[in-house]
Design a protein around this ligand. Sequence first.
Ligand code: NFE
Ligand code: MG
Length: 576
Amino acid sequence: MSTRLVVDPVTRIEGHLRIEAQMDGNRIQSAYSSGTMVRGIETIVRGRDPRDAWAFVQRICGVCTLVHGLAGVRAVEDALDYPIPPNAELIRNLMVAAQYVHDHVMHFYHLHALDWVDVVSALSADPKATSELAQSISRHSKSSPGYFADVQQKLKGFVESGQLGIFANGYWGHPAYRLPPEANLMAVAHYLEALAWQREVAQLHAIFGGKNPHPNLVVGGVPCAISIDSGNQSGTAVDMVGLERVRSLIAEMHAFVEQVYLPDTVAIAGFYKDWFQMGEGVGNFMCYGDFPANGFGDRSSYLVPGGVILDRNLSDIREVDLNAEGEIQEFVSRSWYAYGGGKDAGLHPYAGETDFDYTGPEPPYQQLDVDGQYSWLKSPRWRGRPVEVGPLARVLMLYATGHERTRELADATLASLDLPLDALYSTMGRTAARALETQIMVEAMDGWFDRLLANIRGGDLRTFNETLWDPSTWPSTARGVGHLEAPRGALGHWIVIEDGRTANYQAVVPSTWNAGPRDAGGQPGPYEAALQGHDLADVDQPLEILRTVHSFDPCIACAVHLTDPDGEEVLRIRAR
Ligand code: NFE
Ligand code: MG
């Protein structure tokens, strides 16, 4: 019998996501991804000073709290050909990498791990055996039998009080959980440790950007001055005390990723090897590239190269041009929007438009009209193709372009699990790629920090270039794109500047690429394609859907925007 299964809301994500699956018995015949929340942010910056845009658009998201701000800054710098000092580039690299480390660890433990880890099963673990397991996979210091006994006691307290608290509402006892109790207890202990750890390491953003979340940024550099005086009491500059603190924060990040996150990921993956064979997606992957070694304009110096991989072909990397009209386009054929040039047109972000197009009393959330329009997300396409962005795309790109450390790490990890490279094209491959790239990031942070210190020791304290700050030096019209590799994937903000003001603004974000609906030709987006064919052990507890959707780390707040280039009212929200 064919029935429609609805998961709404999908929890342990950011934003509002609904998945509908057309079932053939227990098998997903076809899946549909819908962003059910609508809001506007890009309209807010129109008419404003482009140098201020970053502070508004940074609020697109409270999870990737840095990257939209930086995309806004880079868009203006690209439009004005505005160079920034080497120290500013290094500090930006450190801040973006710190965002990866923070986001990826939190995603793994707090949003994704409970898809694989049965919290209640941890109650029956033997703390001594748990300690042996932990010590066999890592030299992490918190691994004694007493430590795990304490964690178990804390967990028992939750359960006996009848309130699992943060662990409430899981599918505990589901037959698809496969870890032994000891592995479950180890993961629960690290879930709790990661909560405390993330609070500490968030300080790196506060040191360079004044605060976290939403650290400060500036067009032309970074807003923190550097002082070599010890004991800079005014607090207006980062001094040697601050830099030493950054060094120890990087060491803390490095240790947790290397000793906890990466070994846990590999250990858990070992019990779910069948998940390396499903959940692939569309087989196409895209990176814009990021982490310059030699100025953002020098794309060949990026740690993560830009490019597109089609149909898993790692030997043919296509170039991606963010300015070419026919490359990146957004479609609204299956979204609740209209385009002036027709429903099936594809628009480049410079010409992006959005008009609210749903005329019924309220969107048909009882059951989506999946043959018509069914999402507040648009469908971005590269040369007409759906592409996946994010950690898996980046690891494949690094691997394909011969990045030695990536090859070494990926090959060793796959060998330890006795899996071929193709295993990466999967739900668990995506999750493993995220852990691998986090390890690559913490290692790269050491290098950027050393270069920053060497510059400072050599007498270069510059963090800001004021030469183009004055709008009277700008051309009357300019346009540019600020791109980066955000934790969830390729991110671009496109700006049009006229007479010193923001004339149009458009953000196309990672989760839109991955979570968007079908296009006019019926091609599913990556979430939709990845879910197709999944067999559910229990349709009343669709754990398998959560596993694959969470492997993408959805952020629907990022993914949904409204913008109207004519400044018309886009949508009136009525409170009731
Ligand atoms: Ni709101 Fe984000 C990241 C951006 S989105 S989390 O990373 O950009 O998919
Ligand atoms: Mg947008």
